[in-house]
Design a protein around this ligand. Structure first.
Ligand code: F6R
Length: 364
């Protein structure tokens, strides 16, 4: 049942903290505070590159995974949506890593991409929520997300569980490849283990998120912006808004704005930006100043450290806890998903069963 929540989506949003914790528990040894992956039938240290593929929200999780695999483990990564990857003919060195991400484990395009990678002699590792699934059966290794069943058609908690797995994979790969020291591993693990309690605190921001929702619900089009690992968070926010509220939303890498989408900006197109503190903070703030100067209404997600700087600039600021820069996309996902839910409530849509969508997409 819905445990007293109005919709499964609301219930599942509130499960983020538990799901992150349970997923990490499987991959982190509490005694040593090190990442422990299941035995792999290949050596992660010597894979020449990773090819990451998935659909929809799972693909956006994969984009954040790419930042981590490249930045933390210095592993070259190619990524594409599975519906494109399956028809590409990428030249792949045998012995590479094919990394699939799927909540259901049944997505037709993701499965087809898996088979294409198998044919090119890649090692297949899948990040899956349903561990008894077709993709699971065809994988060499399954890394489970412990998100429990997702009933709401729009994915929520599976996303942060996928990120939890991908972060651990990047740390383990970095250790094996000599790019993550024992000391850095301890710091990163500590940052991950801190996430469940920080995630619980995000719900304190519900009133400010409802204020944002009131602005968004009156718009016809919404622009989502983010830089670096916040760009996929923006993509996830825009997808979720489209799915459950039927409001048109587009996400752009903040630096791309001046290459076109800036022409859309006026007071009728709210801008939802994800801007956590960190090395890309000032860069994104300057993109927001440009938008502001053109009459854009800024609705900003940041952390307590970034909030001060943004208060004078943005109309509404939602400040969630400040965490390690590496884990911030995990936490920043929660309020953007909450925003979509609150807008759907205001629009009165069928939140758990959006029109035209199915929970698992088993046809091409
Ligand atoms: C978004 C959503 C979809 C799925 C996509 C992949 O809210 O639910 O975009 O993420 O259809 O599904 P899985 O993860 O089952 O392969």
């Amino acid at each position: 049942g819905k445990d007293g929540y109005r919709h499964y989506m609301e219930k599942e949003l509130h499960e983020h903290p538990v799901v992150i914790g349970q997923t990490l528990q499987r991959l982190i040894d509490p005694a040593t505070r090190r990442v422990v992956l299941p035995d792999l039938p290949f050596d992660l240290a010597s894979v020449p590159r990773a090819v990451v593929t998935a659909c929809g929200s799972a693909f956006y999780a994969g984009m954040i995974g790419r930042y981590w695999l490249e930045g933390i483990a210095r592993l070259p990564v190619d990524i594409d949506v599975a519906s494109e990857m399956r028809y590409r003919d990428p030249p792949l060195t045998p012995g590479g890593l094919g990394l699939l991400i799927s909540q259901s484990g049944e997505t037709a395009d993701t499965l087809a991409a898996l088979r294409g990678m198998r044919a090119r002699q890649q090692h297949i590792v899948s990040v899956l929520n349903v561990e008894q699934s077709t993709i699971a059966r065809e994988s060499d290794v399954v890394l489970g997300t412990v998100a429990g069943p997702e009933i709401s058609v729009a994915s929520t908690k599976a996303f942060t569980a996928q990120l939890s797995v991908l972060a651990c994979l990047a740390i383990a790969a970095g250790r094996l490849r000599g790019t993550v020291s024992a000391e850095r591993e301890q710091e990163m693990v500590a940052a991950l283990l801190d996430l469940p309690s920080r995630a619980s605190e995000v719900f304190d921001q519900a009133p400010a998120i409802r204020e944002m929702a009131a602005v968004v619900a009156n718009a016809r089009d919404v622009l989502y912006l983010g830089r670096g690992s916040s760009f996929p968070v923006a993509l996830e926010g825009a997808l979720k808004l489209k799915e459950v509220s039927y409001i048109h939303a587009e996400a752009y890498a903040a630096g791309e704005m001046k290459h076109g989408p800036i022409s859309l900006i006026d007071q009728t197109v709210p801008i939802v930006a994800t801007v956590p503190s960190g090395p890309l903070f000032e860069k994104t703030v300057s993109n927001l100043q440009e938008a502001r100067a053109r009459g854009g209404r800024l609705l900003v997600f940041t952390d307590t450290k970034g909030a001060e700087r943004l208060r004078g600039l943005a109309e509404i600021v939602v400040a969630i806890p400040t965490v390690d820069e590496f884990t911030s996309p995990v936490l920043q996902t929660i309020p953007v998903q909450m925003l979509a839910y609150e807008v759907a409530l205001l629009k009165g849509t069928d939140v758990d069963q959006p029109r035209n969508l199915a929970k698992s997409v088993t046809v091409e």
